[in-house]
Design a binder for this molecule. Sequence first.
Ligand SMILES: Nc1ncnc2c1ncn2[C@@H]1O[C@H](COP(=O)(O)OP(=O)(O)O)[C@@H](O)[C@H]1O
Ligand SMILES: NC(=O)c1ccc[n+]([C@@H]2O[C@H](COP(=O)(O)O)[C@@H](O)[C@H]2O)c1
Length: 221
Amino acid sequence: MTNGGKTTLTNSLLRALPNCCVIHQDDFFKPQDQIAVGEDGFKQWDVLESLDMEAMLDTVQAWLSSPQKFARAHGVSVQPEASDTHILLLEGFLLYSYKPLVDLYSRRYFLTVPYEECKWRRSTRNYTVPDPPGLFDGHVWPMYQKYRQEMEANGVEVVYLDGMKSREELFREVLEDIQNSLLNRSQESAPSPARPARPQGPGRGCGHRTARPAASQPDSM
Ligand SMILES: Nc1ncnc2c1ncn2[C@@H]1O[C@H](COP(=O)(O)OP(=O)(O)O)[C@@H](O)[C@H]1O
Ligand SMILES: NC(=O)c1ccc[n+]([C@@H]2O[C@H](COP(=O)(O)O)[C@@H](O)[C@H]2O)c1
């Protein structure tokens, strides 16, 4: 949701994860003169039609077709020791309402804060187009409720995160979850032990695992 803490969390993850790129949904708002004005008199910034989602999808597909090239083009230097891991973070307030994207994610997180907190945080923000008086209650909050209800009715599974937790706690929680998910993927893609087990060398199977996957498949979330 708006002001749940998405950008803050994304920036921390971006610094911590290897070969990690980000796409911000806010970069895909249509120009102001293409934003419809509703019967309520407000510019309808918080509806999916105000975003150029086709352009956002194209950007995701550019990453999918070559994460290495995408990373280089966006100034992310590929770490040789983790060159088989590529992660794409999508950050935005309407990510789970656009069908072509919904099934592409490997993990979906949803940061929430209570109404009062959201309204307060929003009042401290400076958007490129400032909120006119009454926008939060008249448009932003009702649209948040509408899209969230639709998402839940459509059975889109998300991991809810409590945006009232500290920045550090949220960062640790999600970083750990992503690392576990990378580990699981690497185990899934490891050869299955169908053949007779080879004798294990010293130390095998008892070392600490790292979050480095063997898969060459890129991971998006
Ligand atoms: N965990 C948190 N606890 C308290 N305030 C936070 C937290 N995360 C972000 N904020 C603050 O809330 C506001 C919105 O954060 P931001 O990350 O820009 O949200 P979003 O990208 O979801 O709109 C900012 O003022 C930010 O400093
Ligand atoms: N970036 C822009 O051009 C722009 C313009 C007007 C409103 N907004 C607001 O941005 C919000 C989404 O961004 P956050 O999730 O960062 O709050 C929407 O609620 C929308 O009302 C953005």
